[in-house]
Design a protein around this ligand. Structure first.
Ligand code: KIV
Length: 276
């Protein structure tokens, strides 16, 4: 199998084949995704909530993203790696934005970057593309805008915001993005957007008619404790299993039943005797 590229994703849309994407933040998970045959590993800034324990993604830095991108890149061979540009890394100035995108490619080893926003991001996207860096767009419920939105709310539910999302998608397409994440958007609107643009859409909470789907890996494996959004399907329920395993370890260490003989290294008894 060859490396998944932006051309492969475009071809998938043309052929009506679905694109699969999951987040990954570390080497072990990246290897798992590669073995399973996923198309794209997204080093999401959701690393902030999922791995680093922040309330939202706003505290994630460029250094955090480079660190986790490097780990993911080491775990894959054919999977495409897309790295998120964190909050403020593409908002301050165009030269800074290009340099930051470049770090994710040059230091991190990703093949592309993702950034949030619609028409207001066209200029910065064009500058990053000018540096030969492929860009994935992200519109709808963009988590870096949580304070602007006043919470994590489905976007595009009234006529004005629905029209705006269609215009955003078209503006990103014209700017040259290779794909667009649609997050927290009504399914019928996501279908409409997907039908109106030639670049693939990848949905999360955006219904079945996007060209692909993405989920946060911890959510879909059942590792996330507490509330998960309505759009998450748990394809496994690993948290209770991991909890039981850790409890069993504690019990066995306390009881002295672990480690057992099969977990121990042997030495000639005479050597032990000569120690005294
Ligand atoms: O950071 C992330 O995990 C994302 C996905 C939710 C698309 O951007």
């Amino acid at each position: 199998m060859a490396r998944v590229t932006t051309a492969v994703l475009k071809e998938k849309k043309q052929k009506g084949e679905k694109i699969t994407m999951l987040t990954a933040y570390d080497y072990a998970t990246a290897m798992l995704l590669e073995q399973a045959g996923i198309d794209v590993a997204l080093v999401g800034d959701s690393v902030g909530n999922v791995v680093l324990g922040f309330e939202n993604t706003l505290a994630v830095t460029m250094d955090d993203m480079v660190h986790h991108t490097k780990a993911v890149v080491r775990g894959v061979k054919n999977t495409m790696v897309v790295a998120d540009m964190p909050f403020l890394s593409y908002h301050v100035s165009i030269p800074d934005s290009v340099r930051n995108a470049g770090r994710l490619i040059q230091e991190g080893g990703a093949q592309a970057v993702k950034l949030e926003g619609g028409q207001e991001r066209v200029e910065v996207i064009k500058a990053i593309l000018d540096a030969e860096i492929p860009v994935m767009g992200h519109i709808g419920l963009t988590p870096q805008s949580v304070h602007q939105f006043g919470g994590f709310k489905v976007q595009g539910r009234d006529l004005e915001t629905a029209k705006r999302l269609i215009e955003d998608a078209k503006a990103l397409e014209r700017a040259g993005v290779f794909s667009i994440v649609l997050e927290g958007v009504p399914a019928a609107l996501a279908k409409r957007i997907t039908g109106e643009i030639t670049v693939p859409t990848i949905g999360i909470g955006a219904g079945p008619d996007c060209d692909g789907q993405v989920l946060v890996i911890n959510d879909m494996l059942g590792l996330t404790q507490g509330h998960v959004p309505k759009f998450v399907k748990k394809f496994a329920n690993l948290h209770p299993q991991m909890l039981e395993a850790v409890k069993a370890y504690i019990d066995e260490v306390n009881a002295g039943t672990f480690p057992a003989e099969e977990h121990c290294y042997s030495i000639n008894e005479e050597i032990i005797e000569k120690l005294y």
